[in-house]
Design a protein around this ligand. Structure first.
Ligand SMILES: Cc1cc2nc3c(=O)[nH]c(=O)nc-3n(C[C@H](O)[C@H](O)[C@H](O)COP(=O)(O)O)c2cc1C
Length: 184
């Protein structure tokens, strides 16, 4: 009897610990995926007729997606683009036709793109003529990019790039992507 009681006590503690861990994971993912508000920065160009690019990205906890987004923006800017960077959310326009190029970037949890980004993209009524996508995560597989691509209506996605956090050249490659997008 004593053994049975002890057994049920252990099972109950294990169950409660699992509930707390799952609750913590859900809270963490909701917070990481949520709307982080307006964070507009502009990399200006000396040429007032410069082509315009917008980089919309979900920031991540260790700042990996920020580093990638900023490196892409820097590559574009070095090739003459005026680049606006911002987080996705209700503060952004739903018409992006004033831009020549829009780059969307996401963190990834459980194969899904950030909810704030997917929700925003679902509200966009007019995309720029050129659209590129990137994601930053720990795995090589990128179902999140396919999910984002499906949200782009009326414009075609010209590139989908997964940056993995284990890749030490991630930032260099992101800058190269920016330079290459500007040269197409
Ligand atoms: C619960 C959890 C699930 C994750 N799922 C994926 C995944 O499905 N694919 C992937 O590439 N990375 C996955 N990751 C890795 C994150 O996308 C990665 O940590 C991301 O870069 C977050 O940015 P940070 O490292 O700058 O915080 C996961 C991470 C956590 C914590």
């Amino acid at each position: 009897m004593k053994f049975v009681k002890k057994f049920f006590k252990i099972v109950l503690i294990a169950f409660l610990a699992m509930l707390v861990a799952m609750g913590g994971l859900v809270l963490f993912m909701n917070s990481a995926n949520g709307d982080k508000g307006d964070n507009k920065t502009v990399l200006a160009s000396v040429d007032e007729n410069a082509p315009k690019a917008l980089v919309v990205y979900q920031p991540s906890i260790s700042k990996n997606s920020d580093k990638v987004a900023k490196a892409i923006a820097q590559g574009l800017n070095e090739k003459g683009y005026e680049v606006t960077l911002n987080y996705p959310g209700k503060h952004l326009d739903t018409s992006l036709s004033e831009y020549d190029l829009v780059v969307f970037g996401s963190v990834v949890y459980a194969g899904q793109p950030a909810k704030a980004l997917a929700d925003y993209m679902a509200t966009v009524k007019a995309y720029a003529p050129r659209v590129a996508l990137f994601s930053v995560g720990g795995l090589d597989q990128s179902p999140e990019l396919d999910a984002l691509e499906k949200l782009v209506v009326g414009s075609s996605v010209e590139s989908k790039t997964k940056f993995t956090t284990k890749n030490q050249d991630m930032v260099k490659e992101a800058k190269a992507l920016g330079l290459s997008l500007a040269s197409r």
